[in-house]
Design a protein around this ligand. Sequence first.
Ligand code: SF4
Ligand code: SF4
Length: 410
Amino acid sequence: MNIVCLLFYWYRFIISNVVSGRSLFIWAPFKFIEVFLEGLRVGVPLRQQLTVGRYLIKQKLQGVKKYPLVLMLEPLFRCNLACAGCGKIDYPDDILDKRLSFEECMQAVDECDAPMVSIPGGEPLIHKEMPQIVEGIIARKKFVYLCTNALLLKKRIDDYKPSPYLTFSIHLDGMQERHDTSVCQEGVFERAVEAIKLALGKGFRVTVNCTLFQGENAQEVADFLDYAMELGVEGVTIAPGFSYEHAPKQDVFIKGSDVKDLFRGIFRIGKNRKWKLNHSTLYLDFLAGNQSYDCTPWGNPTRNVFGWQKPCYLLADEGYVSSFQELLDTTPWDKYGTVNNPKCAGCMAHCGYEATAVTDMLSHPVKALLTSIRGPRTEGDMVPEATPEYAREKLSSTIAGIPVSVEIAD
Ligand code: SF4
Ligand code: SF4
């Protein structure tokens, strides 16, 4: 293999890990051929990988320390479901009735200038201007992930045109019983699967967005990932649910080391399966308890009906500002993260840690390559969890409060 091939392989390796996160099950030179052929067969992901890779390398070369990777654009909170683990729908009606206009959405996209835009909700398909908003983002050559529970997709699908820049990210938390329980309504799984098939049939890019909750076991999740691959979706985004303070039910979230044990179990079963997970390999390794990361909340900044949300998509009561620059400049970033803030305890969400994993990959490409070749480690010790600073402070103030008497002998 000549040097050009090697360089090309390396570049492709870096960027394919950024956006697809699939493991390299075979040795690197063979992977080069696989990636190259894949690129020829499916030009669309290649285009996205190149765009995102170029963007990351530019930030690195320019020495930019805080840059966004994915804009989380929430143009409304209203939804047509009421899931037990949702942290977005408990607002009063006057807030649920608010919408970000087309102009406000475009301003957010331009201000932030991230290469990818994720539109969660609420349910974005309820928004009357959504087709225009999506078109506006595509016209700016940004990759848009329209996150939907799919209940309205059949009705609205003809408002959209297939594009390499548009992906429907369909909410599915598992197989029928699991998903219907998770969204608190029977029949939703069936309708979502029907919508996936419809969208794929019409030539849209489709991914599945899966959140894991209490009571899941590794085999069940593995079976679901097999099923998602059979459906023919481009990839699956998978993460543990975050314990939203505003979620209607609090006992649905998986806590502490159970998350890592669950992911190790899933990856153990997945060793010889060709799952396409839409994450970087190092983020998957982090989920399996093998990486110790601080969160990078500015990697996925959030703009919603209140403004730019401090510090991230998940914490709703930390305040809002009116511009992206102000968000970068005025958020006390050091106050957040699992070791700094009890509200962040146990968070392993991709909106906080995927950008950290990507930065780690750019700084330690050999580690990333090796992890990619062998897949996330599923045996052996996990990295120890850091003691939270706030717990340390509490402990020392408790110790300081203990009366100590010292008797001095004559
Ligand atoms: S579909 Fe999404 S936005 Fe709607 S209630 Fe469920 S989790 Fe919340
Ligand atoms: S750890 Fe980071 S991503 Fe998670 S809630 Fe805290 S600030 Fe947000």
